[in-house]
Design a protein around this ligand. Structure first.
Ligand SMILES: [Zn+2]
Ligand SMILES: [Zn+2]
Length: 322
């Protein structure tokens, strides 16, 4: 049985993951890469992205228990799964340097993982993502992403679903489609648009350069994309990542995550408009956005850059990449 556990915060209606096992991760020898050929985890050379179990996972499929001392003190095993997806055999290759075909194979693996992990009926949410750079906690340079499978609906998604449901009840339509219709007319926050995709800086972005990339068609998971949509994502995402380096004049840390519908739950409407989220904590050339009391105590973000200005920076950067 895992020593990791989930504890419920009644006041905020959210689960926190406690992962003391991760704290005990041994320090790696300098210059040792766990994802290079000949390492403990990889062994042989790889020709395509490979899924591996995270050696020090926060979530695990070993056993399930739950405990309720009272309504305010609920805990559970940290049931779920944490995987690593090693993109390439080449240690110094970056996501934005991969070929379209290589990125399509990464998508295939994310789709495969989503399909396999949601067969466990206790799994409710899957997050495929990549953390790149020290400022978002990535300690391994070798190109890789991760896949987390959760046995609960994360707080942010829960809130999002509540609003989606309210909108469906009152307006009988997908709120994201409605929002994108407005953005298309407004144009001032659209970074990119083609036949298949649209990339928008949110009207109310928390961080200066948050960027959401949606398919124009309304569907809930990457698996439902057509070949053309997958190719469009595979071409656009690396260019957007690259545009961050252009904007700041240096390589910056970022997270790229895939938001899909929830699984194995009947109480939520099964309408969700999937998207990728690109995020960087970098707020200007010199500094990172640090969360102070207003953000960390209240969740109220103070953003020094208007989304319309960030959009202009993205567009200029994208243009210079042509
Ligand atoms: Zn390596
Ligand atoms: Zn929609």
């Amino acid at each position: 049985m895992t020593e990791n556990e989930l504890r419920y915060n009644y006041f905020f209606d959210e689960w926190i993951i406690y992962a003391p096992k991760r704290q005990r991760r041994p320090d790696r020898k300098k210059d040792y890469c766990p994802f290079c050929k000949g390492s403990d985890e990889i062994g042989v050379n790889i020709n395509e992205p490979i899924r591996l179990d995270n050696k020090f996972p926060s979530l695990s499929l070993e056993g399930f228990w739950s405990k309720e001392e009272d309504a305010l003190h609920k805990s559970r095993s940290a049931y779920g799964k944490c995987e690593v997806l090693v993109y390439s055999a080449e240690h110094n290759k970056k996501f934005h340097e991969l070929k379209v075909d290589e990125i399509l194979t990464i998508f295939e693996k994310w789709i495969e993982a989503t399909r396999q992990l949601t067969k466990y009926e206790k799994i409710k949410y899957i997050l495929p993502f990549e953390n790149f750079g020290q400022d978002v906690g990535a300690s391994i340079v070798h190109p890789h992403g991760q896949i987390y499978a959760f046995s609960f609906v994360p707080h942010t998604i829960q809130n999002e679903l509540k609003k989606i449901k309210e909108f469906i009840i009152s307006e009988k339509t997908c709120v994201t489609c409605k929002y994108l219709d407005f953005e298309k007319k407004a144009t001032s926050r659209i970074v990119f648009e083609d036949q298949f995709l649209i990339a928008v800086v949110p009207f109310s972005a928390q961080y200066a350069y948050d960027l959401y990339i949606y398919p124009k068609r309304c569907y809930g998971q990457l698996e439902e994309s057509t070949k053309e949509e997958l190719i469009a994502f595979a071409k656009l995402l690396p260019r957007l990542v690259k545009s961050l380096s252009k904007i700041f004049g240096k390589e910056v840390s970022y997270s790229l995550s895939l938001h899909q519908k929830v699984f194995n739950l009947s109480e939520f409407p099964n309408i969700y408009h999937m998207y990728f989220k690109l995020h960087t904590p970098q707020r200007n050339k010199q500094s990172l956005k640090i969360l102070g009391a207003v953000e960390s105590s209240l969740g109220v973000f103070i953003n020094g850059t208007l989304p319309e200005e960030a959009t202009k920076d993205y567009k200029k950067a994208l243009k210079s990449l042509l």
